[in-house]
Write a protein that binds this ligand. Structure first.
Ligand code: ZN
Length: 76
């Protein structure tokens, strides 16, 4: 199964992994609520899955958001 990890915010490709003989449950997704799974996982075919996560740059951007907000305010 080919799993493509993509950022849900900027759509950038994070990683593409081949999990032979593994399914989504074995990758730990059985612990994720079904509703959340639908948002996170886009299954194109049995062997082709996209998983939406947050990339490092978006994570740090979100973390710094209050600072950006202040800067924005400052510029205006
Ligand atoms: Zn991102």
């Amino acid at each position: 199964m080919r799993v493509h990890y993509r950022c849900k915010h900027c759509q950038s490709s994070i990683a593409q992994l081949n999990h032979d003989r593994l399914n989504l449950d074995q990758l730990g997704f059985k612990h994720v609520a079904p509703e959340q799974r639908n948002h996170m996982i886009k299954q194109h075919s049995v062997n082709d899955v996209e998983v939406f996560v947050i990339c490092e740059s978006c994570e740090s951007a979100l973390y710094k958001f209050p600072i950006y907000h202040e800067l924005d305010y400052f510029i205006h």
